[in-house]
Design a protein around this ligand. Sequence first.
Ligand code: ZN
Length: 501
Amino acid sequence: MGIEEKIGQLQAHQKKLRAYKHAMNLLNYDGSTLMPSGGADYLSDTLETLSGEEYCLRTAPEVRELLLKLTEVSEKLDLQTRREAEELLREQNRLLRVPKEEVMALESAASRATACWQEARKNSDFAAFAPHLEKLIEIKKRYAGYIAPEKPVYDVLMDDYERGMNQKDMDAFFGELKSALTPLIGQVKEAGQPDTPFMEGPFDTARQKALSGMLMDIMGLDRTRCVLGESAHPFTTEFSRFDVRITTRYTEDDLTGNLYSVIHEGGHAMYELSIGDALSYSVLGEGASTAIHESQSRLWENYIGRSREFCHLLLPKLKELFPAQFSGVTAEELYRAVNLARPSLIRTEADELTYPMHILIRYELEKAVFGGDLKAADLPGEWNRSYREYLGVDVPDDARGILQDIHWAGGDFGYFPSYALGTAYAAQIFDALKQDVGVARCCETGDFAPVRQWLTEKIYQYGMIYTPAQLIERTCGKAFDPGFYILYLREKFGRLYGAGL
Ligand code: ZN
């Protein structure tokens, strides 16, 4: 069999994998949006069966043989094919270490835990969720033991989200953030807050929906390939580069929740929608990593969406939709209102300055669960203690505390650190973007095509062809440096809350 034929087989294999991904992502999406709660158990069974089938497909002996043969002749392959074989073999090696029953058990436990979490969060009932959490922690500990018994469990888990991410590097990263941000947050707490009565609402849901549509259009999201739905926890899921779903949530007394969820998830969606044609059926046809993905949502949400220039663009639209609230408001007042820095309880609603502390808390708790002896049952107490220590806030109930995020219910431990890392990547990428593109001018004209084109050219089109480190180096001309993030926060919040910061 010649190389061409082998490449053909590799492509056919990837097309099958994409079909499984399409089906399973669609089922998961439905489970988080429209499915009646009674369907949860049957959905779990279906996902368990499908994940077993996918496992068999990925680990089939003939696929192994194909991948090993392609690896032998890797120097004769083009970059895309070489990377596809490399990624598939890496994943296969990983899966072959984990018994199929464990993979299926995780899928099933995560699906059941997610259904339980939705109810538990509603009722602020951690006790109902705790057994699920405990089970998932046990499964993940076993999983890490299968994958790399010689490594710390938490390093193995983080590596699933950001290749190479480990406690040594993240301790240094968070250490730097903590020492730079703690005094800043303290000073912001002392400083007075601007008066923002216009943000109190009520904001009619139908009008908020109109705003969502406007935002998607401003960003230039292709509405024939991207739709917006609603869910308890906003998220993005992609079935292919032809069908990306984003969600938001509406509350009438809060405008910014929906506003910035749409821009954030829109940033994730734009990445997926802009991946190159050649990767449509490839395993490389998705974002390079969770942190690179987050860098794209944060770049749109914060670095563009929370800028003074973007507030100038936004204000006339808000005046049109909500005249009672915004008629006398200036762009500067809006800018200050969407950048209020105030320690708070909910991560997804946190301002840019205090956000990294929410992640630091989760990072330390995960470290203690997987590297120490912190038990699931003790997590709420530790959570509440950390919020008091780092943010100075008292957690009134578990719904606004430990139950606020969906990640642990899905078995996603080691995911959170990538949020802070991604936000820091975004600061450096944004700095490079501004050197080439007049972002302020885009805000003036409301035409963000130059930003989209630059990001597509530098990042989006490549999917997973390049690693995160390679992408940063190629895009910014230098290796990752968290200094850009710290400088950005210092300057922005220094100006907002007085030069003394
Ligand atoms: Zn995100």
